[in-house]
Design a protein around this ligand. Sequence first.
Ligand code: IPM
Ligand code: MG
Length: 360
Amino acid sequence: MGYTIGLIRGDGIGPEIVTEAKKVLDAAAEKYGHEFRYVEMLLGGASIDATGVPLTDETITEAKKCDAVLMGSIGGDAAVSPWYKLEPSKRPEAGLLGIRKALGLFANLRPAYLYKELNAACPLKEEIIGDGFDLVVVRELTGGLYFGARRTEVLNGKETATDTLVYNEDEIRRIAHQAFQIARKRRNKVTSVDKANVLDSSRLWRKVTAEVAKEYPEVTLENMLVDNCAMQLVRDPAQFDVILTENMFGDILSDEASMITGSIGMLSSASLNETSFGLYEPSHGSAPDIAGQGKANPIATILSAAMMLRYSLNLNTEADAVEEAVQKALTAGYRTPDIWSEGMKKVSTSEMGDKIAELL
Ligand code: IPM
Ligand code: MG
């Protein structure tokens, strides 16, 4: 069948890792007899360089015409990049937040799974790793601190900055439904993470989540404070199945969850709206310090492409095949520098892509 896939190559290591993910997608298309048409679009720093703004109406219009969009990461080194001399609303990250909002991508799924092969790269002690862990962070993506009113002003003679954390019950309800539906296909447990001992928004979050839970009697709901969750992730990650949380907490916890899988270069991500459309991107950033050196790990982007096959194109066999090919490449000992350990074969970004495409 034919599918239209938007490609946002992005900044830093973005173009390199997207090239590898496309390589793997093309191998899957060939093996299973599909036709993937790619439409290139700009976002972030690359868009600023070409058009002056991080997100154009054209990118939004083109993205809406696609079945799904695959992207690398965006952004640069704030200390040196000219993009960060622009006002905040014109910087690369504003483009990413803008496209999430414009496409209604409220549900961000970030699975964190420890491959046995990567035990040596996992920073946790062996007795904590045990039989590994397999969790997914379900992060609300279009509300909270990221989208509440913000301003910087002089108040009583002092420069003062305000950010606002806003959630209404509908926003909480729809992301909670997502989490429970995902838990039903996994191990039937949702840990809802908040800061209800301090924040009103968290108290509403707890109340609405408890209401939604009644519709899913087979799923256990547990509430956990975010500081405790940060600690539990490195103390006993196997206790988690689905972590449901608001935008900012999800941003932070998903970086932590990725690191315990061995490398931030392993964590994929899907951002979904109410339809089957999604934006798929690695959870990690654009790593400008290693851009263009062939050191980046393309696996997070390749696994994001697998999520795209599964969630937006409904190609489950193909998604399984890509995930298995990643597993086989790891079993065969291929490692990019971030996950390399003694005795393993060190490969570059493109060699890793080649191996995975070959093993597919
Ligand atoms: C992420 C990133 C973004 C976020 C940045 C680049 C704005 O950290 O996708 O996790 O905070 O959402
Ligand atoms: Mg982040």
